[in-house]
Write a protein that binds this ligand. Structure first.
Ligand code: GUN
Length: 294
């Protein structure tokens, strides 16, 4: 079994980006600038956004955190998005999800300029990705593809079973794994809450991507010997014995499943850090596209 070490690979990617930024500075060019909009005070979102901003600082990007109260109206958020769309100093920005319930998520994501949509959530980018056109790929599925690529995990002709059809992980990874590319060229089954006999499917899978958010859901008896396992789950499970009051659990029963797997991602330290690295890569790309339009 080989561990797919997302922490290590994401550090490599960040170092590669930092080297590019250092060259920009040497040439006297403007460095990439990422903005993140956070509405409200959801604990996990605060952690993720903080980590995104710190990563920007570490590699030499400019970053701006726009933190709005949880009482923000849809109109106010749309106005802020309009400002960010118009702000020539900003190359890309993200709206951290989930949003408070008074705000229509779809309406908000539609308002982001597709050229600044480094999360790849705008229908234009999602559509472009589905049609094999240049786009911003959503960071988590993009990170999974990069991890598979850097470890040389063969996907061509393999059966990939994806658990979960979310817009930000399951659905897009089903598209990327089936695209005519390397990695890609997999035969994909997209399983979800209405799937019948999931175990019969996962037992056939050469690759399993679990993006469900149910701790320790995927057990060893659901996995074929030699399968590659990608765990996208990051659930906070209350635990009073820990100082922060919770621990982070993946979807996979790691101890038992790792005995059968050929490759497996740990949680934490697998897919999570890759998501941030790919967001930074998308921001670098947004800067290039922004400059080429001038
Ligand atoms: N919430 C959970 N994952 C993500 C992500 O990748 N981007 C944003 N903006 N919000 C999220």
């Amino acid at each position: 079994m080989e561990l797919l070490d997302g922490k290590k690979v994401s550090d490599q990617i960040k170092d590669e980006i930092a080297a590019e930024v250092a060259q920009m500075v040497q040439r006297g060019e403007k460095v990439p600038h990422l903005a993140a909009v956070l509405v409200g005070n959801d604990g996990a979102s605060l952690t993720y956004v903080g980590s995104k901003v710190r990563s920007c600082e570490r590699i030499g990007f400019e970053s701006t955190l726009v933190h709005l109260p949880d009482t923000t109206s849809e109109e106010e958020l749309l106005e802020k998005i309009h400002e960010l769309n118009m702000d020539d100093s900003i190359d890309g920005f993200i709206i951290q999800l989930p949003l408070p319930k008074q705000i229509d998520e779809q309406k908000v994501l539609m308002a982001v300029d597709p050229d600044k949509d480094v999360d790849g959530f705008h229908p234009t980018n999602f559509g472009r990705m589905a049609l094999d056109m240049e786009s911003f790929n959503p960071a988590t599925p993009y990170g999974i593809m990069e991890l598979l690529k850097r470890y040389g995990v063969v996907t061509e002709g393999k059966h990939a079973v994806i658990i979960g059809r979310s817009h930000i992980v399951g659905r897009p990874i089903s598209i990327l794994l089936s695209q005519k590319a390397n990695p890609g060229n997999a035969t994909v089954t997209l399983a979800h809450s209405r799937t019948k006999d999931l175990k019969a499917l996962t037992l056939q899978a050469d690759i399993i991507v679990s993006a469900l958010g149910v701790p320790h859901f995927l057990k060893a008896d659901m996995v074929k010997e030699g399968a590659a396992i990608i765990d996208v789950g990051i659930t906070r499970v209350p635990d009073d014995s820990r100082e922060r009051g919770y621990y982070i659990a993946g979807d996979v029963d790691f101890k038992a499943v790792s005995q059968k797997a050929s490759y497996i991602t740990p949680v934490p330290g697998g897919v999570g850090p890759m998501t941030i690295a790919m967001l930074l890569k998308n921001t670098l790309l947004a800067r290039e596209r922004h400059r080429s339009k001038k």
